[in-house]
Design a protein around this ligand. Structure first.
Ligand SMILES: NC(=O)c1ccc[n+]([C@@H]2O[C@H](COP(=O)([O-])OP(=O)(O)OC[C@H]3O[C@@H](n4cnc5c(N)ncnc54)[C@H](OP(=O)(O)O)[C@@H]3O)[C@@H](O)[C@H]2O)c1
Length: 190
């Protein structure tokens, strides 16, 4: 079944998304930004259904243990090495296409609403290169922090920046002295 693949990510000016297994701005805590992530990924458009979050193994383990699995969402972890889902995860997939195929199995087809890809680096890269219709929900953090994990460049011939999007706050946000803004990109259908 064809679905929109939604990715959601927060990036530094150099496209950094992580540092030492955590968010680069970890010590500053952007709580409103975190609440935005929760709201966007958790809210289904069809009552009674749940959204799916798909993530790489390191992103799963970067979530504090007490917050795993991400609540009210079906959590799928990608790993080529693990043989069973890490404790608390709902499903394990050996590659991205298998994760999407899982959604069409009898078990999940009637339960699943939106698909959200939540990282990390190689998972975002794979989605950004996919053929499906895609949206990228990007929080541009307007301050540089040390980073060791990066988002690939957003190719303007593949993704266009939308002027706005329902439920996405407009303008510059500020939290703990850090400025950031929300952006939404959509893949250009050819
Ligand atoms: N700023 C943000 O919005 C954001 C979002 C997410 C994560 N992060 C940060 O990014 C870092 C984690 O991301 P990361 O890029 O290092 O790692 P990651 O993508 O979360 O995890 C990498 C692992 O996931 C598995 N994997 C990835 N792609 C796969 C695929 N297509 N098929 C099967 N398995 C796949 C592999 O596991 P195996 O080795 O087990 O095979 C791989 O070693 C942390 O610092 C985290 O805080 C930031």
């Amino acid at each position: 079944m064809s679905r929109i693949l939604n990715s959601i990510v927060a990036v530094c000016p150099d496209m950094g998304i992580g540092n030492k297994g955590q968010l680069p701005w970890h010590s500053k805590r952007l709580n409103n930004e975190l609440r935005y992530f929760q709201r966007m990924t958790m809210t289904p458009s069809i009552e009674g259904r749940q959204n799916v979050v798909i993530m790489g193994r390191s992103t799963w383990f970067s979530i504090p243990a007490q917050n795993r699995p991400l609540k009210n969402r079906i959590n799928i972890v990608l790993s080529r090495q693990l043989k069973e889902p890490p404790e608390g995860a709902h499903h394990l997939a050996p590659d991205f296409s298998s994760a999407l195929r899982l959604l069409d199995t009898a078990d999940l087809a009637e339960q699943v609403d939106q698909v959200w890809i939540i990282g990390g680096s190689s998972v975002f890269k794979e989605v950004m290169e996919a053929q499906d219709q895609r949206r990228l929900f990007v929080t541009q953090v307007l301050q540089q922090f040390d980073c060791d994990t990066f988002l690939p460049p957003i190719n303007p011939s593949i993704f266009r920046l939308l002027p706005g999007f329902p439920g996405v706050p407009e303008g510059i946000q500020e939290e703990n002295g850090i400025l950031y803004k929300y952006e939404v990109y959509e893949s250009i259908q050819t």
